[in-house]
Design a protein around this ligand. Structure first.
Ligand SMILES: [Zn+2]
Length: 239
């Protein structure tokens, strides 16, 4: 009757189904996706931090020039104020007021310069940290990519081999039996056949009636489980 071969065919079909599911649902795809997103996010952060630093350095240069200008103005003003050229009291007063304003401005610029230099220093350090983290995440992403590629290649190779085996095996089984198998397999989630082990149906766990038990030893008989309807197989290498 070829039931043993049909059992083997079912084993192959189940293995093919498991591999197809693994191929479709391998968690490696999501892991790679997550790793890629992480790399993109860090790249964005790094670019943003670089932009901030660039602007801070620009601002620092402007401040340095302003400070120089302020210093030059104060020197010139002091020279006139204390040089004795100007004797008009009102004018002298105005010059003093201006000098005071320039000194105030200088103090503010110096404070900002100091703050900015500190910000640049810590920004530089942060940038180096981000760059190192990005490198690490990129390495991780690449290894996920390699792992996924290898997994898919292995599955593909295994599937090709199993499909060849199935074809060879199916050629030796009666078409009528194959049709029966396909119908039952659809009904029972790929498990059309159930082994009988110690008089129990391996598909549903129900005892086989004694009347059916006798037929199991008839190689010409197709015996179905009265409980679940699966085709029963008594394998010669078992009990
Ligand atoms: Zn059953």
């Amino acid at each position: 009757m070829g039931l043993e071969q049909l059992w083997q065919l079912q084993e192959i079909d189940l293995a093919i189904k498991a591999l197809e599911e693994e191929e479709e649902h391998t968690p490696l795809r999501q892991e790679l996706q997550a790793a890629t997103e992480e790399v993109e996010r860090l790249r964005g952060e790094l670019a943003e931090a670089e932009e901030t630093l660039k602007n801070q350095r620009k601002r620092l240069k402007i401040l340095e020039m302003d400070l120089q200008k302020n210093s030059d103005s104060r020197t010139a003003l002091r020279k006139r104020l204390y040089g004795g050229e100007v004797s008009n009291v009102r004018e002298l007063e105005q010059m003093e007021i201006k000098l005071g304003l320039l000194e105030k401005e200088q103090q503010a610029r110096e404070d900002e310069t100091l703050e900015l230099m500190e910000a640049i220093e810590s920004g530089d350090e942060e940038l180096r940290g981000k760059a190192a983290r990005l490198q690490e995440k990129e390495t991780n992403r690449q290894s996920k990519e390699t792992e996924l590629g290898e997994t898919l290649k292995r599955i593909k190779g295994d599937l090709e081999q199993l499909r060849r085996q199935r074809e060879e095996l199916a050629a030796h089984i009666e078409p009528r039996l194959l049709d029966r198998y396909q119908l039952l397999a659809q009904k029972h989630g790929g498990r059309a056949l159930a082994r009988v082990v110690e008089d129990v149906c391996g598909g549903c766990g129900v005892f086989i009636s004694s009347a059916q038990r006798g037929f199991l030893f008839n190689p010409e008989a197709l015996v179905y489980c009265e409980s679940c309807g699966r085709l029963l197989v008594k394998l010669s290498d078992h009990d």
